[in-house]
Design a protein around this ligand. Structure first.
Ligand SMILES: Nc1nc2c(c(=O)[nH]1)N[C@H]1C(S)=C(S)[C@@H](COP(=O)(O)O)O[C@H]1N2
Ligand SMILES: [Mo]
Length: 224
């Protein structure tokens, strides 16, 4: 897997989308695919979203077999089924989504569970300081400090716009943190590890800001 090529694919994508707003022309997609083989599955123009993966195919998770593991610095490690997760207090919100490369989708309707409610059953130990979100798509992961993870609009989402989260958007569950850029919003989450300190995520190991506040990091402001 060549990470530089992936970064470049994302960058080219922004240029390609420039004039056409949020959508790629089919020819642009085709040109990108042939110019940058074996990279992003990506670039499907669905209502403003770009579908990102770091590999050449996205995970296909059987929701019945999926378990969300909550472990690390906890009293009681958990392995939750999707029904278990849905049995936790349900939270809904409408929030905007911003990718650091310059595209946004406004007014996304999410449903899922707040991190506070997810962690309650695991009982984090006093040393807990951050959460590491590990994707089924190895080696994609990212971390939030506990303060960040417990913001009132952070969600482990299993529904988007009134339907179960789709495979391209990270089924069965993804992280949603609207105040930070898209790369913090880990898709296909399989493990939430309670750790002492936040660890650099996939894109942060490639130079992105760990505190990815929209408009305040990585030199971008979507409202500008
Ligand atoms: N597992 C995984 N999660 C990921 C990514 C990825 O490549 N793999 N890309 C991130 C980035 S950079 C963005 S902008 C969003 C895009 O979300 P979408 O693919 O649902 O549009 O997913 C984030 N989560
Ligand atoms: Mo992104």
């Amino acid at each position: 897997m060549n990470d530089r090529l992936i970064g470049r694919a994302g960058f080219l994508g922004v240029l390609g989308a420039g004039a056409a707003g949020l959508f790629f022309g089919k020819d642009v997609v085709r040109a990108l695919r042939s110019a940058v083989p074996n990279t992003v599955e990506a670039l499907v123009p669905t209502a403003g979203w770009r579908i990102y993966t770091i590999g050449d195919r996205m995970p296909a998770i059987d929701p019945a077999a999926w378990r969300l593991r909550v472990g690390g610095l906890v009293e009681t490690p958990l392995a939750l089924s999707l029904d278990d997760v849905k049995g936790l207090p349900r939270a809904e919100q409408v929030s905007d989504f911003h990718c650091v490369t310059g595209w946004s989708v406004n007014g996304v309707h999410w449903a899922g569970v707040r991190l506070h409610d997810l962690l309650a059953g695991a009982k984090p130990l006093p040393a807990a300081g951050a959460l590491r979100f590990v994707s089924d798509e190895v080696p994609y992961e990212d971390s939030l400090t506990l303060d960040q993870a417990l913001l009132p609009d952070v969600l482990l989402a299993y529904e988007m716009d009134g339907a179960p989260l789709s495979r391209p958007h990270g089924a069965p569950a993804r992280l949603v943190i609207p105040r930070m850029y898209g790369y913090k919003n880990v898709k296909w989450v399989t493990r939430v590890e309670v750790v002492a300190h936040a660890q650099p995520g996939y894109w942060e190991q490639h130079g992105y800001d760990p505190d990815a506040w929209v408009g305040r990091s990585n030199g971008r402001d979507p409202s500008a």
